[in-house]
Design a protein around this ligand. Structure first.
Ligand code: NAD
Length: 511
């Protein structure tokens, strides 16, 4: 275990615009994955503390939902400016608590910022529809209104971006938000909450409860929580979806992934190898959109594996804060050891371990390192293929045809992202048509949609109907209301027990 310094900072809740310490007496350790040291502790919420956060959010909601859209947009603009101004500070926390490199951390902040920018257009996004004279003197219009208190539960691998996916649209739509960040990386969300306050988000509109299952379970059953957005592993996503929907809540629960990159024989080899290496080992493979399986079609396999291997040898692994480092550590020692164990499993399952990330001394450092690893001749039905490894272990599956490659993609229980590398537009278009996956890349290995589209997988990668952020995020955080209105002359009023209709009965009878 890492060395514990005598006094470490405590990360608290953020309720009603203030830091609030837990009274649970339960804390979790926050590590610097690059050194193994405990750098902070985070106080875990009790159910009563969650109740307090929800009550505070509920009280703030009434005024916030009535706040003019122009004012809410103005606040979002200021929030955008403050995040941009503090991007380095946020990135530093990401590197310290998660281990990602400075460049990668800045990239995460930039992708989160896109979602705030999208939400700055909330007056336009919430425009409804209006039909004049739907019937004689009758107008019909549709509006979208916020839900009330909504909750978010986020994973360790994007401690700033995923909270911003949720918070931006949720509060811009007029909701009040309670976020339960990952207990492994709680720091970035606290800074984001402080910046939101500075931007003019009223106290109580954005709250944080730190903690674990105790906090999550209370959010899932609390009658005043109207919707839950979750991002994390598939088993937890499924359980959260089932529990929260049973409790009458609207839910979007995004789960894990096993993203296949199909490389056709006509692909530009160097480009495909660059893409596979970048997407497999960036963020130490701890991205839900990482490529974890390369499906090499036909005779592309040998040269592709050789090109990937050559590139792996040049990747610089080390603490993410050091200049020139391209890949940092994994999140915890236990997770690193679990990821590394797949290399033994792969060998005993008959695959070929081409590059073993344990052999360059990486795993003997104090931090939670594992160097990039490559396994060839992997087969479905083995642990290396079937499990989401979530680390820098790239599998290569060899197939003879496009049809076999597609079958692998479509039979996989996950359906988050996939990519095809080819120079044939027709083949790429066919793949886009055929793939049973929510996000598809054509010569793009990590097809995370820009903020004005929505993010979401299919199958076991998403439980719920609506994808996250973008236009579907606005739908998720609002509900529709249709108003039918008339302003008749009181003198013309009469009783009519017939079912309201828009058409003239006499005219219909004449047909
Ligand atoms: P995780 O499921 O362990 O934790 C996610 C959140 O749920 C955390 O806040 C955690 O405290 C909470 N949690 C964990 N177990 C719980 C339980 N039993 N009951 C209630 N709450 C619980 O996920 P993680 O390890 O933090 O993140 C990695 C996973 O997230 C990977 O599977 C990755 O693919 C997935 N992920 C998916 C996406 C996506 O968009 N689909 C994005 C990022 C990460």
């Amino acid at each position: 275990m890492g060395t514990t310094t005598a006094v470490v900072a405590t990360v608290n809740h953020w309720i009603g615009g203030k830091h609030v310490a837990t009274e649970s007496g339960r804390v979790g350790a926050v590590h610097n994955p690059a050194t193994g040291e405990v750098i902070a502790e985070v106080g875990f919420a009790t159910a009563e503390e969650v109740d307090r956060a929800v009550a505070t959010a509920k009280a703030a909601f009434a005024e916030w939902r009535a706040t003019p859209l122009s004012r809410r947009a103005e606040v979002m603009f200021r929030f955008r400016e403050l995040i941009a101004k503090n991007r380095e500070k946020i990135a530093e926390i990401l590197t310290r608590e998660n281990g990602k490199t400075t460049a990668d951390a800045l990239g995460e902040v930039a992708r989160g910022l896109e979602n705030v920018e999208f939400a700055c257009g909330i007056p336009n996004l919430l425009k409804g529809g209006y039909t004049e004279q739907a019937s004689k003197g009758v107008d019909v219009y549709q509006i979208r209104q916020p839900l009330g208190v909504v909750a978010g539960i986020t994973p360790f691998n994007f401690p700033a971006m995923v909270p911003l996916w949720m918070i931006s649209n949720a509060i811009a739509c007029g909701n009040a938000f309670v976020l339960k960040p990952s207990e492994k990386v709680p720091g970035a969300s606290v800074l984001i909450a402080e910046l939101a306050k500075e931007a003019g988000v009223p106290d109580g509109v954005l709250n944080l409860v730190q903690g674990d299952k105790v906090a999550v379970d209370r959010l899932l059953e609390h009658p005043d929580v109207k919707a839950v957005s979750f991002v994390g592993s598939t088993p937890v996503a499924k359980q959260i979806y089932e529990t929260a929907t049973r409790n009458g809540k609207r839910v979007q629960a995004l789960g894990g992934a096993k993203n296949h990159m199909v490389v056709l024989p006509d692909a530009e080899l160097a480009m495909a190898a660059d893409a596979a290496v970048s997407a497999a080992y960036g963020a130490a493979g701890e991205r839900c959109m990482a490529i974890s399986v390369v499906v090499a079609v036909g005779d592309v396999a040998d040269p592709l594996v050789a090109a990937i291997r050559e590139r792996i040898a040049r990747i610089k692994v080390g603490p993410g804060s050091e200049p020139g480092i391209e890949m940092g550590p994994l999140i915890t020692r236990e997770h690193r050891d679990r990821v590394a164990s797949y290399l033994d499993k792969a060998a005993s399952d008959g695959a070929t371990v081409v590059v073993d990330g344990r052999t360059d001394g990486a795993t003997s450092r104090d931090g939670f390192f594992l160097a990039p690893s490559l396994v060839d001749h992997v087969k479905p039905g083995t642990a290396c293929y079937d499990h989401e490894i979530f680390g820098p272990v790239l599998s290569v599956v060899r197939v003879d045809t496009y049809v076999e490659a597609l079958k692998l993609v479509n039979e996989n229980p996950y359906g988050n992202g996939t990519a095809i590398f080819t120079q044939n537009g027709g083949a790429a278009r066919q793949f886009q048509f055929d793939a049973e996956v929510g996000m598809v890349g054509v010569n793009v290995p990590i097809p995370v949609p820009v903020a004005y589209y929505s993010f979401g997988g299919w199958k076991s990668s998403l439980f719920g109907d609506l994808h996250m952020y973008g236009p579907e995020g606005v739908l998720f955080y609002t509900r529709g209301k249709v108003v039918t209105s008339r302003w008749p002359d009181p003198g013309a009023s009469k009783v009519d027990l017939g079912f309201p209709r828009t058409r003239d009965l006499e005219l219909e009878n004449r047909d």
